[in-house]
Design a protein around this ligand. Sequence first.
Ligand SMILES: C[S@@+](CC[C@H](N)C(=O)[O-])C[C@H]1O[C@@H](n2cnc3c(N)ncnc32)[C@H](O)[C@@H]1O
Length: 357
Amino acid sequence: MRYIGNKENLTDFIYETLKDNGIEGESLFDFFSGTASVAKFFKEKGFKIYSSDIMYFSYVLQEAYIKNNGYPEFKKLLNKITVIPTTLIYKNYDLVLTYLNNLKGKKGFIYQNYSPGGTKELDKPRMYLSDENAMKIDAIRSTIEEWKKEELINHNEYYVLLATLLESVSFYTNVAGVYAAFSKKWDPRALKPFEMRSISLIEGNQQHEVFCADSMELLDKVEADIIYLDPPYNQRQYAPNYHLLETIAKYDSPDIYGVAGLRPYDEQKSTFCNAVTALRDLEIIAKEGNYKYLVLSYNNEGIMQEEDIKEVLSKYGDLKLIEKTYGRFKSHSRTKNAAKKVREQLYILKNSYIREF
Ligand SMILES: C[S@@+](CC[C@H](N)C(=O)[O-])C[C@H]1O[C@@H](n2cnc3c(N)ncnc32)[C@H](O)[C@@H]1O
């Protein structure tokens, strides 16, 4: 999924860096889980995972990829619905997606608020999704909810279908990366007919724990060998930037506002989007967290300054900073065409006050 700060391409670097520095463990707390890419990677490496995020759509992904261990059978549902398989080899999960992909579109909350047809009365009709795709998403989302209500699908099946929907939606939205604004012209990908695209689930037999919470509130509830921190790097809050995914995940018909149709997000503001409160909370995590190693991903353009981070963290143990120059170039407005590389940073703190687990 396209997501600001997605660490999918950095997991190997993180893992190798930890190994090179002699950091081992059996459990990891992905404190700012987002797309759950780090949690997924470490789950596959055999770690017991705890993960959390303040966004509900992230929680849906965590339920599907982390807590759920494999492809659910959808037994009860498949006794009730009729689907003709489209391939010779298929999983029950694929059958359910085929069924959902063949539903007739429906004019629900997403159509009425995020497609041009549904918002034609507005000064600027919203162009997040084509009319047809918005109706398809409404039909699929409401069917999943009905199945849950009628107990035709269990907990894992529900979250696997929701995660599939969220991952799929991001291929068809008419946005330039984030959802804070829609594009004024149609991106060709947004005009393709919407389809639920199957996602790769991780087999396993360990019990993992996932949360939708301000992770600061979990500090005294979770003990893990490694706490992995990947906080927001700048003032941009995640909630308004991913409001549409949140609304599809919750499907709670919120009182939306503004040109972009934002949902209220007072409860989902992150203290890590402000340098002072970010440093304050970083120190609380370092001080009160139950961990052997605290690993912070950050970069040299973040709102917390390197010297301040070092000062805060080094009070609680041995601190190392490992850097990797990232392939992303950033053009500078003052020196036009000049390019600047971003340094991806990994702060590793070995807790000198390790409590017995
Ligand atoms: C840089 S992103 C994490 C990206 C993630 N590592 C990935 O690979 O997708 C930061 C995440 O922190 C979440 N967040 C911010 N403040 C939070 C808090 N206090 N508690 C829980 N999650 C928070 C945001 O919603 C966002 O998903």
